[in-house]
Design a protein around this ligand. Structure first.
Ligand SMILES: Nc1nc2c(c(=O)[nH]1)N[C@H]1C(S)=C(S)[C@@H](COP(=O)(O)O)O[C@H]1N2
Ligand SMILES: [Mo]
Length: 308
């Protein structure tokens, strides 16, 4: 596997990703078969598929497939990160559809196979959880804006609202009355149109496993991980700022924007540093999780200390 240096983030990198993805597509068909019978008892797929590089654009090494598929936040299954893989193992991801509607010209219900028909790209992103741990993950997916282009938001649409499946029979955590299920998240429309925001259907060259949000989840790398909502069944374009599950649960702790910001502590802990899974010492947290160049302009007229 060739190692890309940060100085090589050029068209070659994109070319390499695409070529590797072609390899990935071939492997996905096989991976799909393996998923049916190749998982061990913990719900971990034994082998990752191919990736285009072993580090991100900053030179940070990818986390292992094992780390990414065994250390998960997914409260619908458990609040125990190491139990999620096992508890989500039988989760039914086919058939699956996503209804996209609200303030749009062309409301449409997509089958998951329709969404896999969008060109899938590899995106190596850092994921920074609000709990101050992080990973580097090679996602497969497509820019959210491609979906927006199809449904055509009306001029009155200002936000996107995302909803996770509600099925307490399959998701034991949803029987816990502490939270207001289903999980809800939202983005402002201009955030949703930023090229970094993707809908992901895979990682490490394979289809997503249930613990990572199969069959489709949002990935917004400059925001705390809780914004990256899993197993989406409904997307609406709306006029008012959506109230997320976390805003409803603890409004003084979790805001709508939730951009990664080392200068604004969580009320109960500092956000200045983070624990990269697999590393011994802590590292400094970067503003916007290292994506300031691509996204800081979206917030030029906002007080970033206020919009936690
Ligand atoms: N539906 C749903 N989406 C969710 C969560 C959840 O509990 N339920 N947890 C969030 C949090 S806090 C994080 S850090 C990421 C973790 O994603 P991963 O397990 O794929 O690393 O998923 C986010 N998406
Ligand atoms: Mo998180």
């Amino acid at each position: 596997m060739t190692k890309l240096r940060s100085s090589e983030i050029t068209p070659e990198h994109i070319y390499l990703s695409r070529r590797a993805f072609m390899v990935g597509i071939g492997a996905l068909a096989v991976g799909g078969l393996l998923n049916a019978c190749g998982n061990n008892e913990e719900g971990v797929s034994v082998t990752p598929g191919p990736v285009s590089a072993d580090s991100d654009e900053l030179g940070d090494t990818l986390n292992s497939y094992r780390d990414i598929t065994t250390y998960n936040n997914y409260y619908e299954f458990s609040t125990d990160k190491e139990a999620v893989a096992r508890l989500s193992q039988g989760f039914q991801t086919t058939p699956w559809s996503i209804a996209v509607g609200g303030l749009v010209n062309n409301p449409k219900t997509y089958g998951i196979e329709d969404l896999r028909r969008f060109d899938q790209e590899e995106r190596i992103y850092r994921l920074r959880c609000v709990e101050a741990w992080s990973m580097v993950i090679p996602w497969l997916g497509f820019p959210l804006r491609k979906l927006l282009d199809e449904v055509e938001p009306l001029s009155t649409a200002k936000y996107m609202r995302f909803e996770t499946l509600y099925d307490p029979n399959q998701m034991p955590g949803q029987r816990d009355g502490w939270y207001q299920w289903p999980y809800i998240e939202g983005l402002r429309l201009d955030e949703a149109m930023n090229d970094l925001a993707i809908l992901s259907t895979g990682l490490y060259g394979k289809e997503l496993l249930p613990q990572n949000g199969a069959p489709i989840r949002l990935v917004v790398p400059w925001k705390y991980g809780f914004k990256s909502i899993k197993s989406i069944v409904k997307i609406d374009l709306v006029e008012e700022e959506p109230t997320s599950l976390w805003m409803a649960a603890a409004p003084h702790e979790y805001g709508f924007y939730a951009n990664v910001n080392p200068d604004v502590p969580h009320p109960r802990w500092s956000q200045a540093t983070e624990r990269r899974i697999g590393e011994l010492s802590r590292r400094e947290t970067l503003p916007f999780n290292g994506y300031a160049e691509q996204v800081a302009l979206l917030y030029a007229d906002m007080d970033l200390r206020k919009f936690y």
